[in-house]
Design a protein around this ligand. Structure first.
Ligand code: UDP
Length: 425
């Protein structure tokens, strides 16, 4: 089937390819179609533990129709469990991120029994599939419960497992080691496993409310609704009120820069009611901002995606001055919106911000202030960096790239010959 014919398909999955083509351009879609042709007709199953809420469900919601649109027969299964099961998997999740709380024998039994129950009805689908993607630890034991599997199984870890609780990791490794391959988001997040490991960074969705293009009037109206003057320079940092996001460092950088330069600052984050540490940080931020009408500390509801979109689009410069960071989706969000990004020189920000090309990486408030001042005083240069930023995000940090990587991985495993992989044009 030619790319043209596929794209003119009448079904929803054909339409989704068309919608992405309008945003990312035909070359990106053509590349996906090439990979899709190689994998056409294969049966793929993704398994996770929730249909909505959280980054994994968000990605799958787009991935599954996109893969179907490419002619790869893809389904999404969700395992179910009791409260006790999800308490156990939360403990595993936290332990992978370094929490010292371990698993009791009862928790392990719940974990294994729930997976066995789910395997009871999922087994025929999973054993028949050509590829099974198991997302995160919750459904990891399913592989061992499908002894007649015929396809390749891939464990997709979305969690930063760089410094896990060793005991819990050893337990989980029992279930994940027999997979054919695993995927981690960053090299730093990975743990050794006895199979091929792929590094596929996260991505943003250009069609989501958070990232979709907005009319200028909507951006202006959003800024004005918070008392921000759209005609004056604005630096924006969107992030949880967390010490590692360094909001106080951002305020200090703003103050240093403001000695020389007119400027407004937005620090936007979520409510901190369920996070005592977050509430303390928010109090400190409020205190540091007090008395300056050009600092806007915005506590936004969880679903304020369009507002965040407008704030990022209204920014002159986007800031993410983290002192520790996983990937840093807000950086991709800023780059995609044509903004030079000043980011902390840590974690996934290093992958996204190339010094002097699409922004600057900084280590101190003084460094951030210096770069900010430079960008505000050289608008032509800031604009060029903003254009580089958009192109760099488009090439590297959109969901279409994440899908391309996943398809390339499947093609490589399918070819079975690690020496050579031919994808005809
Ligand atoms: N975000 C949001 N509301 C907030 C703060 C953050 O919707 O109040 C979004 C932000 O736009 C980004 C994600 O949450 O999409 C945060 O991801 P990131 O990787 O930057 O940081 P994390 O919070 O995972 O450390």
């Amino acid at each position: 089937m030619t790319p043209q014919r596929r794209l003119s398909g009448k079904n929803d999955d054909g339409d989704i390819l068309k919608r992405y083509e309008e945003v990312v351009g035909p070359a990106v879609i053509r590349h996906l179609l090439q990979l899709g042709r190689y994998l056409e007709g294969l049966q793929v199953v993704h398994v996770n533990s929730t249909r909505s809420g959280g980054g994994v469900a968000e990605i799958l919601e787009r991935f599954v129709p996109l893969m179907n649109g490419l002619g790869i027969s893809t389904r999404w299964e969700v395992i179910t469990g009791t409260e006790g099961f999800f308490e156990t998997t939360k403990t595993i999740h936290n332990a992978l991120q370094g929490s010292s709380k371990g698993l009791s024998t009862a928790m392990m039994s719940t974990f294994e029994a729930t997976n066995a129950e789910n395997a009871g009805h999922l087994r025929p689908i999973l054993e028949e599939a050509d590829f099974v993607f198991i997302h995160d630890p919750q459904p990891a034991p399913l592989l061992s419960l499908c002894p007649s599997r015929r396809g390749k199984w891939i464990w997709r870890c979305h969690i930063d497992a760089s410094r896990p609780n060793r005991k819990v990791w050893r337990y989980l490794r029992r279930w994940t080691a027999p997979y054919d391959a695993s995927i981690f988001s960053l090299a730093d997040f990975a743990q050794p496993l006895p199979h091929l490991q792929y590094i596929i960074p996260p991505s943003i969705d250009p069609l989501s409310e958070k990232n979709i293009a907005l009319p200028d009037e909507e951006v202006t109206a959003a800024l004005e609704s918070f008392g921000i003057d759209p005609s004056r320079p604005l630096v924006v940092q969107v992030s949880r009120f967390d010490r590692f996001k360094d909001p106080l460092g951002v305020i200090e950088a703003y103050r240093l820069c403001k000695r020389h330069q007119d400027l407004q600052l937005v620090l936007a984050g979520g409510g901190a009611s369920d996070d005592p540490e977050g509430a303390t940080v928010l109090d400190e931020v409020m205190a540091a901002a007090a008395g300056d009408p050009d600092i806007h500390v915005l506590v936004l509801p969880d679903d304020a995606h369009r507002t965040i979109n407008a704030l990022q689009r209204g920014a002159t410069v986007v800031m993410q001055k983290s002192t520790r960071e996983g990937f840093g989706l807000t950086v991709s969000e800023g780059l995609w919106k044509h903004k030079p990004v000043i980011g902390g020189d840590v974690g996934g920000i290093r992958l996204q911000v190339l010094d002097r090309f699409n922004g600057y990486r900084v280590r101190t408030p003084q460094g951030a202030a210096l770069r900010l001042r430079h960008l505000l005083q050289h608008p032509g240069q800031a604009e060029r960096m903003g254009e580089n930023a958009h192109h760099y995000a488009r090439e590297n940090f959109l969901i279409t790239r994440q899908l391309r990587s996943a398809l390339a991985l499947m093609a490589a495993l399918q070819a079975g010959d690690p020496e050579r992989l031919e994808i005809s044009l």
